[in-house]
Design a protein around this ligand. Sequence first.
Ligand code: NDP
Length: 400
Amino acid sequence: MSKKVLIIGAGGVGNVVVRKCAQVPEVFSEIMLASRTKAKCDAIANAIPEAKIQTAAVDADDVPQLVALINAFKPDMVINVALPYQDLTIMDACLETGVHYLDTANYEPKDEAKFEYSWQWAYQERFKEKGLMALLGCGFDPGQSQIYVAHAAKHHFDEMHYLDIVDCNAGDHGQAFATNFNPEINIREITQDGKYWENGEWKVIPAMSIHKPIEYPNIGPKESYLLYHEELESLVKNFPTIKRARFWMTFGQEYLTHLRVMQNIGITSIKPIKFQGREIIPIEFLKALLPEPGSLGENYTGETSIGCQIKGIKDGKDKTYFIWNNCKHQDAYNDCKAQGVSYTTGVPAMLGAKLMMEGIWMKPGVYNTEEMDPDPFMQQIGIYGLPWNETVGLELPHEY
Ligand code: NDP
């Protein structure tokens, strides 16, 4: 097999996707990395001398530019690891040029901190008609988290009732304040209202207002905050027996204190302000001050732990099941010169793309990862760096 892949976005995740695709030359025989700033693509490509990686500049907000690049390189698929703002333009360009698509975060309009799948699900018929596939949200969460749920549904439950996705970063990057993925997207995500699914409807709560300690494997208890996370939307649609679905993420006190101060002074705002005669968006200015997520890897210690706890029925009996991955930041650095959050996103993106290119996950239309057969992914993901563990019973991570 010999497939050409175009990777868009030369940030923390882009670096991992390029390196992981380069480790599988039997599938990804030609790789191009394109991003807004070509120098960042060149820096990544030059750091992987063992692979031949082409680079290009592209403004992924601009469909004609994307179409020209795709027509010149002629990839079999595009892996979009730029920002969620670019999802629709890249999908439009894929439709126009006839190539498959994968991303790791759902579309968000730039002027409103609101993410939902409706915009991308609306492409379903157009992708089907063209015989193309779009796989949405194939990072860790979203992505691998939903594949865990699909695996649980297939192998462990007759009916799933309660789902808690638990996401812990117990790492230390040594900076007073930094975000592990794009700061703008990260801060927009956690400063919006929290939301969870219960008994057929969304319950909205003030941001970060529900929290409790959750026990993470090999880490111990960590204060975890209920957030809205995009995979909840597709999971409750695809597994309608779920009565309650929640997403929890850990934050340290230092991080929360910085965030509160920044919110109070208005520097996390997405509303434009006038500054010295020109318009700026405070959160974009803040992003320019913060460390790049891709730069945090070298001295990052500790590990991440992301898993799904599910309660439901098997053979007429109650069952509680927990499946998770722990990833050490230093292992991520050793494999890909990356920190654990970029790594846990980029590895599933490569494997999802590989399964698409091999025809194992290939079907025309727009899909979320839990709609794919979980078995081939679960068989291979450990080989590429993210092995999983499971336990039955109520040992971890929290009591109901
Ligand atoms: P970074 O900010 O490190 O990288 C984003 C890259 O996209 C940068 O190189 C940036 O270019 C480029 N970019 C931005 N706008 C454009 C544009 N208009 N045209 C071309 N390139 C553009 O972010 P991350 O690598 O941390 O995150 C990448 C994606 O992964 C995000 O969508 C994020 O939400 C998602 N993610 C998903 C996770 C999951 O588990 N599913 C977890 C973590 C992240 P420049 O440097 O020039 O600004």
